[in-house]
Design a protein around this ligand. Structure first.
Ligand SMILES: OCN(O)CCCc1ccccc1
Ligand code: NI
Length: 184
């Protein structure tokens, strides 16, 4: 697994290139490697052994590849059901519907590419519809809300050269629009 690129590297500020189909062997390997990183990073033993920061998403620019591809692995929030809430690879994703209503994580956001803690609310859309392609190139639509929607917006931002702290209000980091859902 390639190292995670850190803030300051120009690749994180580029608009990534569209992925062509059929996928090359290299692109298939990239998708598999990014998902494997997330799976491993969420396994306490493996994460400890390899000193991995747990991640729920990883975008190709974060491993130095400026392509429109991101892996997302949102673990289950139900102890009785191990199935992840969302496990997918977004290829050429585009947000085609977004709610007026905003949402933000109560504890703010972090990023595997940003070592320092940057506090403050990151206002995002509470609900989105993403049009993207699956590994076979079929066009799919994902309707998401709450935490999975937040994670996917964070990843799609990476594909457009945007980092989470770009959204934090400089004057008052904890300022929010009135009807913003704060997700605990
Ligand atoms: O780009 C993925 N990455 O830096 C890992 C952190 C992902 C993430 C963290 C908080 C809220 C949304 C998404
Ligand atoms: Ni990130």
């Amino acid at each position: 697994m390639k190292d995670i690129v850190r803030d300051g590297d120009p690749v994180l500020r580029q608009v990534a290139k569209k992925v062509e189909f059929p996928l090359s062997a290299e692109d298939r390997q990239l998708a598999a490697d990014m998902m494997a990183y997330l799976v491993n990073s969420q396994d306490p033993k493996i994460a400890e052994k390899h000193q991995l920061r747990a991640g729920v998403g990883l975008a190709a620019p974060q491993v130095g590849v400026s392509k429109q591809m991101a892996a997302v692995l949102v673990p289950t929030d139900n102890p009785d059901d191990p199935k992840p809430v969302l496990k997918t690879v977004l290829i050429n994703p585009l947000i085609i519907v977004q709610s007026v209503k905003d949402a933000a994580l109560a504890e703010g956001e972090g990023c595997l590419s940003v070592d320092k803690d940057i506090r403050g609310y990151v206002p995002r859309h509470d609900r989105i519809t993403i049009r993207c392609q699956d590994m076979a190139g079929n066009t799919i639509r994902l309707k998401l809300k709450d935490y999975p929607a937040i994670v996917c917006q964070h990843e799609i931002d990476h594909l457009n050269g945007i980092l989470f702290y770009d959204h934090i209000n400089k004057e008052n980091p904890f300022k929010l629009k009135d009807n913003t859902v704060v997700i605990e």
